[in-house]
Design a protein around this ligand. Sequence first.
Ligand SMILES: *Cc1c(COP(=O)(O)O)cnc(C)c1O
Length: 341
Amino acid sequence: MALIDLRSDTVTKPTLAMKEAMMEAQVGDDVFQEDSTVIALEQKTADYFGMEAGIFCPSGTMTNQIAIRLHTQPQSEVICDEKSHIYLYEGGGIAYNSLSSVRLLQGDRGRLNAEMIADQINNPDDIHAAVTSLVSLENTVNKGGGCFYDIKDIKAISSLCKTHNLPLHLDGARVFNALVSSGDNPKDYGQYFDTISICLSKGLGCPVGSVLLGSESTIKKARRIRKVLGGGMRQVGFLAAAGIYALDHHINRLVEDHIRARLLGEALQSQSFVEYVLPVDTNIVIFRLSDKQLATDFVAKLQKHGVLAVPFGKHDVRFVTHLDFNDAQLAQTLTVLKSAV
Ligand SMILES: *Cc1c(COP(=O)(O)O)cnc(C)c1O
């Protein structure tokens, strides 16, 4: 029996149609900015959010790290939630790449609001304090169970940042999941954020790739930083073509992932081995095991029944639904959850 892989939405394989689009791509040397497919992808993503420019990168870690480097100087401080990917899962990159520290806030499942940020901006005239240089939000919040922001909160944070002359970055690895669920206009995001990082390799189902979006001048600076981080790629239009294909065909279908995630969440809710399930807002399901059962033990047991998940804390387990998880696999997973484990 084939394994059902719910570890992440990064495990998807390109579809036949995506592979065809990739093989037909026009390519050139992208470090010379001569790859027309990469240029088309960068423009398409920028237009989608109503921003001026974009830069294609190998990973979301790189687009986030470039953004942080763009907006900070050594001795800066970045305001973000304690659950942020930029803090938890990017290898200490804020310190290593940007010589900056973090001010960690405790938001609502990883979501910040303007009031809590306002209290944490350092006085720029106080030489004891690091210079607050950037506010970074994540949407959806991975560690918060895929929850998303109310656009009103983003708007309020954006105006606070403008008042304090602070740039605002979005780690939008799963921003398309947020947009599909909220119905918000992506162009509003383009207004509120100075830079946006999006991932093509998550829900959109591409094998590789992220894009950092911003103004022309910001993205011009980003090219220099991408180069020094080793992210200048050559005939990479083959990968950009997958991104263009995904933007055209794989955004609206995210609704299906959200429905399947909700059904998983509902099934888990009534199981005795579950203490609670975080509300399922998009494609991520995080649940706490009852009776102090270890997540590693539970995940090993699930694997014996053909379902892969990741431990997400000592007693927490995460499922992520995606393009390669269909209704038959959902039914099989529900059977395993209801009877086998
Ligand atoms: C996956 C992810 C990233 C980027 O990860 P890469 O594996 O480097 O592409 C950034 N932020 C969040 C919230 C993510 O889930």
